[in-house]
Design a protein. Structure first.
Ligand code: PSU
Ligand code: MN
Length: 309
């Protein structure tokens, strides 16, 4: 057997050896999801939130063909500022490694690398999902299929409302990916506390999430991911009426201008930021921050220190 190509930072490797809590963070949100220079501030801030919660942050990316779990200061700056950063899903990892490419990892690639590294908890903003024009484009994020195969707990605020949320929830059910609401009976709506659709299970504490994770392990193979759906705080959500109005406008504008394919998501997100005067960006960041803080709490609950830890 050849050795794993994954390179862990010293800090992450040591934490995992000692059985200390570690939280994986994705990098696509930094390189492709947020405007500069805010993105680098956010990347640093999210790592600080993990540390404040008593866990070690492991931001994941591929640099010069090496999959890195845990980034130093310079590496984080490259993710935020290099124009050549690609967006890497799970299927892109092998060609990126083989060609020495650099890129940020999406939920699918990050969840995969984190699980291989031995990390149990991963925090992000929103998952990819089924796009509204699925019937013609068949555009469904690889996040969903990958989460059906990788044992990791993903804390998120649902999926962006620009996606087809009911179809995404249905796909997660079909793929047998667990979804539990955190202190809510409704699936969160990313910018909003609720998407208007229910979840089947609700938990109220990080200990209860850890208990679900232990039960998954006890049940054995095949395992899939556990999605902990954590709504943005009431005070920080986007005004629901504004959200609905601007989203409807954005969808119409995209159609009118013939925006299709990969360009749809950035177009809609940009439209929302612009036409809510930045309020959608603030709600987005509040949601991510809340997810990262909860992920640290969950990681602390399920950490089992070794003799040396
Ligand atoms: N949701 C967000 N911001 C993001 C993403 C999702 O609010 O930046 C990123 C995540 O990395 C997610 C990816 O895994 O987009 C999904 O992309 P695609 O639809 O191409 O699979
Ligand atoms: Mn997509």
């Amino acid at each position: 057997m050849s050795q794993s190509p994954i390179r862990m930072s010293e800090e992450v490797r040591e934490a995992l050896e000692l059985g200390l809590p570690v939280v994986a963070l994705e990098s696509t949100i930094i390189s492709h999801g947020l405007p500069r220079p805010r993105n680098l501030e956010v990347a640093r801030d999210l790592e600080a939130v993990v540390r404040a919660g008593g866990a070690v942050p492991a931001t994941i990316a591929v640099l010069d063909g090496e999959p890195l779990v845990g980034l130093d200061k310079r590496q984080l700056e490259r993710i935020a500022n290099d124009d050549g950063m690609r967006k890497l899903g799970h299927r892109d990892l092998a060609p990126a490694l083989a060609s020495g490419a650099s890129g940020a990892t999406t939920v699918s690639a990050t969840a995969f690398l984190a699980a291989v590294a031995g990390i149990d908890v991963f925090a992000t903003g929103g998952l990819g999902g089924v796009h509204r024009d699925w019937v013609t484009t068949q555009d469904e994020s690889a996040d969903l299929g990958l989460l059906a195969r990788v044992p990791i707990t993903v804390v998120c605020a649902g999926v962006k409302s620009i996606l087809d949320v009911p179809a995404t929830l249905q796909r997660l059910e079909t793929l047998s990916v667990g979804v539990i609401g955190y202190r809510t009976a409704m699936f969160p709506g990313f910018y909003l506390r609720s998407s208007g659709l229910p979840v089947d299970w609700t938990v109220d504490t990080p200990e209860q999430v850890a208990a679900v994770m232990r039960a998954q392990v006890a049940l054995g193979e095949p395992r899939s991911a556990l999605i902990v759906a954590n709504p943005v705080a009431e005070a920080e959500q986007l005004d629901p009426a504004l959200h609905d109005r601007i989203l409807a406008e954005a969808l119409q504008a995209a159609e009118r201008e013939g925006v299709t394919g990969q360009a749809v998501t950035p177009y809609l997100l940009g439209y929302l930021v612009e036409h809510t005067a930045g309020a959608s960006l603030e709600a987005n960041l509040a949601a991510v921050r809340g997810n990262v803080a909860l992920a640290a709490e969950i990681a602390c609950c399920c950490a089992v220190p070794t003799d040396r830890g």
